[in-house]
Structure formats: C-alpha cells, structure tokens
Design a protein around this ligand. Structure first.
Ligand code: SF4
Length: 225
C-alpha cells in the first residue's frame, strides 16, 4: 500500500460515517468509489442507485455491466481505472413500500462535493471521464450541455483534461438504432479518454527528458548574415 492508497483509505473511512446531508437517513451504504487509486483515468457518475446502495459499490447492476463491456472493448478493466460518483449516497423517494431513485438535490450535491474533491486531489488523475450531464456540470462546467459538448476535451481543476460521455443508464434507456448509436458513442468516448491519457503521458515524459545540449553556431555560419 503506497501513500495514495493510504490517504484514500483514510478518506473513505471518514466518508463511510458521513451524515452531512439527509441522504444519510435513507442510505444502506455509502458508495465511496473503487478501483485503482494510482490510475491516470477516473470515471465520475452522478450518484448511486438501488444496486449500488445495496452493495456499497459504484456502477453495479445493468448500467455497470454495460460500462464494464464498453471499458473492455477498450481493453480496460476496473483494475485500470477508478470509478466514483459526485454524490456518495443514494437519492430516493419512499412511497409506502416502493423506493424510487431521484436526482440528488443541489444542497445534497453541495454537501457531498468535498468528498469528491478530496478524492480527486489524492488520486490526481490525468484525465476524467464524466458520465452524464450532472457529473459533467461539476467536473467540466456548470452550464455543460451533453448535446453540444459531449466528446470534447476541457481543462479542469481536477485533472489535466476532462471529457464527458453518455451515462450508461441513459444508453440503456435507448432502443434499436438509438441504443446502438449511444453505446458506440460511450465506447468511442472511453477510447478518446484513453488516447488522451497516453498523449499527456508522452508530453510529460518529453518535458522530463534531459534536453540536448545546444551548441553555439560556428563562426563561419554567423558570417553568412
Ligand atoms: S450524500 Fe454525501 S454528504 Fe450526504 S450523507 Fe452521503 S456522504 Fe454525506
């Protein structure tokens, strides 16, 4: 376990006991995030649903399976990346015996934000892939529009670069040709994020490499001008 692992574990143990917003009253588990803390690529979604709440793990259930398939088509597994959400507890509406997901409220997002921020400050990814518009509103910019800005790289305070992709749960709600197109776009955006990681790594390696010695021009060249 290195320092990054240790710091993230310490943060996680604090987050698991969090009761900073009303979602603490209805959650089963805090879904802190999981994967490789030493990764250059972090995926961020909006918040946990029923399966995630039940297991304490991000992106399980059908949306998680689709995400795993799209990652696998880019030869990426969960051991290569870190996956988390903006909000760490499930937002839901309880009506009698029925419990339905709902989007987190602004005050819940604000209360939870510091956990994500600290997570990303510890991991220091090179690239973030935000899944869906709500996560992109936090990671990229507050007026982010998926229809106009999906697949574009943006500078971000949390990483060298960030790109948005469709949320796998949204992809699953599409049918027929729309489903195929949405799924293909998710695969393509993961591929773009992977390429960006490699590009940034190459740039950093070039900057870190010793510069060749620049010799002064011989006198006869100077005489040409
Ligand atoms: S959603 Fe975030 S702020 Fe609210 S209780 Fe859970 S961990 Fe704490």
């Amino acid at each position: 376990m290195n320092l990054i692992d240790e710091r993230l574990e310490e943060l996680k143990s604090k987050a698991l006991a969090c009761s900073d917003c009303p979602l603490a009253q209805t959650r089963t588990n805090v879904v802190f995030g999981e994967g490789n803390p030493n990764t250059p690529l972090v995926l961020v979604g909006e918040g946990p649903g029923a399966n995630e709440d039940a297991t304490g793990r991000p992106f399980v259930g059908r949306a998680g399976q689709l995400l795993d398939q799209c990652l696998a088509e880019n030869r990426i597994t969960r051991k290569h990346v870190y996956i988390c959400n903006v909000v760490k507890c499930r937002a839901c509406i309880i009506e009698g015996r029925s419990v339905k997901n709902r989007p987190p409220r602004q005050e819940e997002v604000s209360a939870c934000y510091h956990w994500l921020k600290e997570q990303l400050e510890i991991i220091k990814p090179l690239v973030i892939l935000s899944l869906g518009a709500p996560a992109s509103n936090i990671i990229i910019h507050k007026d982010f529009k998926m229809t106009r800005e999906r697949g574009i790289f943006f500078p971000t305070q949390y990483a060298e670069s960030a790109i948005a992709a469709l949320h796998p749960a949204y992809v699953l709600r599409q049918h027929g040709a729309e489903f195929e197109a949405a799924r293909a776009s998710l695969v393509a955006d993961i591929a773009a994020a992977r390429r960006k990681v490699m590009e940034i790594k190459k740039e950093l390696a070039e900057k870190a490499a010793p510069q060749p010695e620049i010799k002064p021009a011989p006198p006869q060249e100077l005489n040409l001008f």
